[in-house]
Design a protein around this ligand. Structure first.
Ligand SMILES: NC(=O)c1ccc[n+]([C@@H]2O[C@H](COP(=O)([O-])OP(=O)(O)OC[C@H]3O[C@@H](n4cnc5c(N)ncnc54)[C@H](OP(=O)(O)O)[C@@H]3O)[C@@H](O)[C@H]2O)c1
Length: 308
């Protein structure tokens, strides 16, 4: 879109606005004078419905659509495989086709799970996808269908998303630490935790540049800086939360992922290399530790969340 960015705000339509990333994107974009925001929850727009997508696009005529929906319940995938494929693959194609018909660029979120996790040094956008399970496969197929349907797309792969809302490993660690004396965390999988608000910052920065005329379409990686394990992250969660309340947990025990008893196979090392985002958009990685401190502060400042 080559418009005068300073005088013409970009109208963005966010799908899945009640989710982790959708929620923070809506908050951050609303504070930006350069955006006019339409944020639609799943109750307001089911992206698997062609009619609903068409109606909302016709009604709002956005400059960009940002798809933050996703079936992310990795452990539920085997029993809910139809739902997973319907949302992560088929609905993405539906949205991409509708955006394509109206020439509306689509920014879509994908996952580190498109990789098998064997590269310890990290994955670049040029590396071959090789998902281990249906979740990663569904995200990969959604990406491919989007690439085929709409050249004006940005696919932003992110990893290990945490926030104050929804079901994520920061909140799960806090709930366990409030209720148990001993808690367990896997120390054999490497990755980069990434806060939903930081991903929202990155999306806003990308959209501003696209709206200013940058033609950087394609696939990008973003995660916060510093590789850790779930154990390392949980340790940091407990330290940060301990500033606000006396947690019941006294002992954090490192275990292997196989001891956690999860059905789904997960990548052992799913570090995303983010140089392309830096080179094309000038966007730097922020450390997850400072993002975590901010999220924990938000969690305790919101009484309802800290009691949850
Ligand atoms: N979470 C992670 O660790 C992680 C890691 C890598 C990549 N990602 C990707 O990042 C994106 C956002 O993840 P997230 O953690 O923010 O997800 P999330 O918190 O689960 O939010 C997803 C939102 O999509 C909504 N939704 C479900 N079906 C829908 C439909 N048919 N139409 C419209 N909305 C629908 C959900 O509503 P309900 O809650 O009512 O179902 C929810 O509000 C996804 O593409 C995900 O694959 C996430």
């Amino acid at each position: 879109m080559t418009q005068d960015f300073l005088t013409t705000p970009a109208k963005i339509l966010i799908t899945g606005a009640d989710g982790q990333i959708g929620y923070y994107l809506n908050q951050i974009a609303q504070d930006e004078p350069f955006f006019s925001v339409v944020a639609l929850t799943d109750a307001e727009l089911d992206i698997s419905s062609r009619d609903q997508v068409q109606q909302q696009l016709d009604r709002h005529l956005p400059d960009y659509v940002i798809n933050t929906t996703g079936f992310n319940a990795v452990d539920q995938v085997e029993v809910e495989s139809d739902r997973c494929l319907a949302l992560n693959r088929d609905a993405v194609e539906n949205l991409a086709n509708a955006c394509g018909d109206l020439a509306i660029p689509l920014l879509h979120l994908s996952s580190d799970y498109v990789f098998d996790g064997h590269y310890e040094s990290g994955y670049t956008e040029a590396d071959q996808a090789s998902p281990l399970g249906l979740y990663g496969e569904s995200k990969w197929q959604g990406e491919e269908l989007l690439r085929g349907a709409l050249p004006q797309h940005v696919i932003l792969r992110v990893s290990w998303v945490f926030s104050t809302i929804g079901d994520n490993f920061m909140r799960r660690a806090l709930l366990q630490a409030k209720g148990q004396e001993e808690i367990f965390a896997a120390d054999d999988r490497r990755g980069c935790p990434t806060s939903a608000s930081d991903i929202a910052r990155v999306i806003v920065a990308i959209l501003k540049q696209l709206h200013n005329g940058a033609e950087n379409w394609g696939t990008y990686h973003y995660c916060c800086a510093e590789i850790t394990t779930r154990y390392g992250f949980t340790e940091a969660v407990l330290a940060a939360a301990g500033q606000y309340e006396k947690l019941k947990a006294e002992k954090l025990v490192p275990i292997s992922s196989s001891q956690l008893g999860s059905d789904a196979e997960r990548p052992a090392s799913s570090v995303l290399v983010c140089n392309k985002l830096l080179n094309d958009f000038g966007i730097h990685q922020l450390p997850w530790r400072s993002q975590l401190v901010a999220m924990i502060r938000d969690y305790y400042q919101n009484e309802e969340l800290s009691k949850a």
